[in-house]
Ligand binder design. Structure first.
Ligand SMILES: C[S@@+](CC[C@H](N)C(=O)[O-])C[C@H]1O[C@@H](n2cnc3c(N)ncnc32)[C@H](O)[C@@H]1O
Length: 251
């Protein structure tokens, strides 16, 4: 398994749902549920069944197919769309030190936020770069599986940053819909944030995403994982420790 984790605990139910039920539910909600950790999918299904008072998991797919609000809620629960400005602030302190110390390279950085959710992470990073005088000319891209998250991120970033950033600086923040299990954006990135995404994925999906994420880190660039995520020693892929949950590719 490529990423050691202290992920969320499994809920009360230990039985994995019938694969046919999972496939039907995946088709109803438009997500590949097999890409997510089975225990997480089970728990999400159990919670929805209980909340809706359904007779069992088999009844969830028709309910999700028939109700757009329920579908939206279920998709966000499966994809775990929780985020927040300056989430895990000590990680931003670390980035502040690491990016601030890169005196040799004053090029505007290219930053990729994987699993950008509502854009809070990329907004925080934009504000951090602005504080360091490194935002002008930078490229900041947030990718997320859910188009609804991408729409939310565009809106929230404008609201949150417009008092601190100029219109030109704001326009450096871009968001796109992308399944990072399947692909990465072109080019290499000086800072890659992949926090709290891998811990929810099934092993094959996790491995594929990690290939894309690590392959996108530029020489000398940084990768930051979530607070409970680590790259095991035998899976470093050319990245060396650069602090807690942070890794740097040799220049
Ligand atoms: C828990 S949030 C993490 C948000 C942010 N990185 C943070 O730490 O605050 C996980 C995000 O990853 C997205 N996600 C899940 N699977 C993905 C995939 N295969 N490709 C891109 N984004 C994905 C979800 O839609 C969700 O917005």
């Amino acid at each position: 398994m490529p990423v050691a984790e202290a992920g969320p605990r499994t809920g009360a139910s230990s039985d994995l749902p019938d694969p046919a039920v999972v496939r039907a539910l995946g088709a109803a909600c438009g997500l590949d549920l097999e890409a997510f950790r089975p225990a997480h999918v089970t728990r999400t299904i159990d919670r929805a069944v209980e909340r809706l008072g359904l007779r069992g998991p088999g009844a969830l797919a028709p309910a999700v197919a028939a109700d757009a609000r329920l579908r939206a809620r279920f998709r966000r629960a499966v994809a775990v769309s929780t985020s927040g400005m300056w989430r895990d602030p000590q990680q931003f302190d670390l980035l502040d030190r690491l990016i601030g110390a890169d005196h040799a390279d004053r090029r505007p950085p290219r930053v990729w936020s994987v699993g950008a959710s509502d854009g809070s992470e990329l907004c925080s990073l934009a504000l951090l770069l602005e504080g360091l005088g490194r935002l002008d000319g930078a490229v900041l891209l947030g990718s997320d599986l859910l188009p609804e998250n991408v729409a939310l991120a565009r809106e929230r970033c404008r609201e949150r940053c417009r008092e601190r950033l100029t219109p030109a600086q704001l326009s450096t923040l871009r968001f796109e819909e992308r399944d990072v299990v399947r692909s990465a954006p072109t080019g290499s990135w000086d800072v890659v944030l992949c926090r709290n995404v891998l811990i929810h994925l099934a092993p094959d999906a996790k491995r594929a995403m990690l290939d894309h994420v690590t392959g996108a880190v530029a020489p000398g660039g940084l990768l930051l994982l979530g607070r409970s995520e680590r790259l095991p020693r035998d899976e470093r892929r050319g990245l060396a420790d650069a602090g807690q949950n942070a890794y740097r590719r040799c220049a």
